[in-house]
Design a protein around this ligand. Structure first.
Ligand code: SF4
Ligand code: SF4
Ligand code: SF4
Length: 583
């Protein structure tokens, strides 16, 4: 029996296990203690002092996020005059060095500092005068901007980057000069940053944000000489609703397509088509490697954050990567070749836009060898957040939108494609197709549940037509390292590995709606978002990629067979070893 302590919080009696942190205990009686730096199990450093509370008998206020309850009879006050005064002073001190530009700030309306200032009645006027360091913005990376003038030094980004096993940002200098930067103040694009954006989704304020391409896309839509085609990734439909205040895990597929149509795109396609196409190419590549003694284990290549990680950290292992482009790039290449040819459109006039849950996709679309039809497969990548802002800015009322379908012929997607958005989903989709191709028989059930779930590393073995296939899955690059060390030392006895750069996969990508710490700390964000995708899969008439009629038509009319010469030209790519630091 757990050692229980009887305590009181704001006079309300409750019973908590020995060692419970005050912040957790307060939630048990319905009190949410405000925080700025605290991220559960990731950044428990008690640095911002905003969560301070009074403990009867203690000489000073204590930080609720790190203070454990160890005494029976402890009495805690979370909203006393002393507590409120201390929190207000903390905010005034933060604002004394903060560039207050709420009107134009990308996080206005979704900023944890702004919200707390409003709740505590803190004004924009200077309460404390003193040194105000001014920092140059770092625009060097393809995917994001760092603005230390708005940084409140909570170090949540540092923790997120470390959690990824990357650690390219940290606190530089001391005292009033303390700021977040890379080693030796190097621009981010010269480091081994993998563009995952996990720092962005964990930042409470407007100090880190994606490079915004929304105006360029509006310009293309308004240019009559351009034919603007958009695709939306599987994981976006499970999160876009959060931007409009819908509960986490709401599937908004139909409204998403309706919104894209009202924004004025000429064709609204679904990256699910590209995901099914990827399975056809990847499963064929895998079976070819098994038959012909190719390099195994083969590793998936859908996640550009993971690919960049492999190029920086495991440059000697690149031949394990599937040569398949990601679903986004495949969809773009087919749009500018097959679709252009079929519809008599000059591919030079097609603008290919992709809505993605991912900031690394902004890096990916500019990589070499990603222009199968002689033009960039994808011209602009917008994150889920950017799409949300475009919808608002165009005066579209998301809640009033009807449910609509996407367009043909690059719109059909199976349930196998939808689950690409969650860790294990690509593996499950590949297994559904590989099993039926190898055995020539229909699966009793398309579900491979052992590869599902939010564990960082998963393993399973399946017997496919008499052949044992051992698979492994990792999400988050810190977990990728566990598998890659085995690959490197030759002890990885797997046939196929799926790796996603972000923890939990694309549903938790760096381009997804930013949820405040109060939600991140106490909600199963990844699980709820993934559940929406699995439910979507269950509801589809077709759940295996090789049954996709649009994909079959592209092979019959245009590509020939999977892995054909033409398919290789359009749908496959190459990788390059990258240094840890470059000049
Ligand atoms: S970071 Fe927050 S408080 Fe600062 S300018 Fe932006 S919205 Fe305003
Ligand atoms: S994008 Fe990812 S790797 Fe780069 S600094 Fe942010 S968390 Fe670190
Ligand atoms: S950049 Fe954002 S997450 Fe990082 S320390 Fe500054 S405020 Fe915190």
């Amino acid at each position: 029996m757990e050692n229980m302590l009887n305590i009181k919080i704001n006079g309300i009696p409750c019973s908590v296990p020995y060692g419970t942190k005050i912040i957790e205990a307060a939630r048990m009686v319905g009190i949410e203690i405000p925080t700025l730096c605290y991220l559960k199990e990731m950044n428990e450093i008690g640095a911002c002092r905003f969560c301070v509370v009074e403990v009867k008998g203690a000489r000073s206020l204590v930080a609720a996020c790190v203070f454990p309850i160890e005494r029976d009879g402890t009495e805690i006050f979370t909203n006393s005059e002393k507590v409120r005064k201390a929190r207000k002073t903390t905010l005034e001190l933060i604002l004394s060095t903060h560039e207050r530009k709420c009107l134009s700030c990308i996080r206005s309306g979704n900023c944890e500092l702004q919200k707390l200032c409003k709740e505590y009645g803190v004004s924009e006027e200077d309460k404390f005068d003193g040194a105000k360091p001014v920092y140059e913005l770092d625009y060097s990376a393809a995917h994001m901007v760092r603005d230390n003038n708005k940084c409140i030094l909570c170090r949540r980004c540092v923790a997120a980057c470390n959690e990824q096993g990357i650690g390219v940002i940290g606190a530089n200098a001391r005292g009033i000069d303390t700021h977040i930067g890379s080693a030796f103040e190097l621009p981010l694009n010269t480091t081994s940053c993998i563009s995952c954006g996990q720092c962005i989704v964990n930042c409470p304020v407007g100090a880190i944000y994606e490079k915004d391409d929304t105006e360029k896309v509006f310009d293309a839509i308004n240019d009559e000489s351009k034919y603007v085609v958009v695709q939306a990734a599987p994981a976006v439909r499970a999160t876009l609703g959060e931007h409009f205040g819908l509960p986490v895990g709401t599937d908004v597929t139909g409204k998403m397509f309706a919104a894209l149509r009202r924004l004025g795109f000429d064709k609204v396609f679904d990256t699910n088509f590209g995901a099914d196409l990827t399975i056809m190419e990847e499963a064929t590549e895998l079976l070819g490697r098994i038959k012909n003694g190719g390099v195994l284990p083969m590793i998936t290549s859908c996640s550009p954050g993971w690919i960049k990680y492999c190029e920086h950290y495991y440059p000697t292992e690149l031949d394990h990567l599937s040569s398949c482009k990601s679903p986004m790039q495949m969809q773009g290449a087919i749009t500018k070749s097959y679709f252009a040819e079929k519809n008599g459109i000059d591919p030079a006039n097609i603008v290919s836009v992709a809505i993605m849950p991912c900031t690394a996709k902004k890096f990916e679309c500019g990589r070499d060898d990603e222009n199968g039809a002689g033009y960039p497969d994808v011209d602009y990548v917008l994150t889920t957040r950017e799409l949300g802002r475009m919808i608002e800015s165009a005066g579209i009322n998301f809640h009033l939108l009807p449910e609509e379908e996407c367009d043909a012929p690059l719109g059909q997607g199976t349930g196998a494609a939808v689950i690409f958005g969650a860790t294990g989903g690509v593996m499950e989709a590949a297994l559904r197709t590989a099993a039926e191709v190898i055995t020539g028989e229909e699966l009793a059930s398309p579900e491979f549940t052992a590869v599902r779930g939010m564990d960082g590393v998963k393993e399973a073995t399946y017997n496919l037509g008499g052949m044992d296939v051992k698979v492994a899955i990792a999400s988050g690059t810190k977990n990728a390292k566990i598998l890659m060390d085995k690959v490197k030392d030759g002890t990885a006895d797997y046939t196929f590995i799926e790796i996603m750069g972000c923890p939990g996969g694309c549903i938790n990508g760096g381009g997804q709606p930013v949820q405040p710490a109060s939600v991140r700390n106490f909600t199963d964000l990844k699980g709820l978002r993934a559940a929406a995708l699995y439910k979507n899969d269950e509801s589809r008439p077709l759940r295996k990629s090789h049954l996709n009629e649009d994909v079959k038509a592209v092979y019959a009319d245009f590509l020939g067979e999977p892995n054909s010469h033409k398919a290789h030209e359009l749908l496959h790519t190459s990788y390059v070893a990258r240094p840890m630091y470059s000049k």
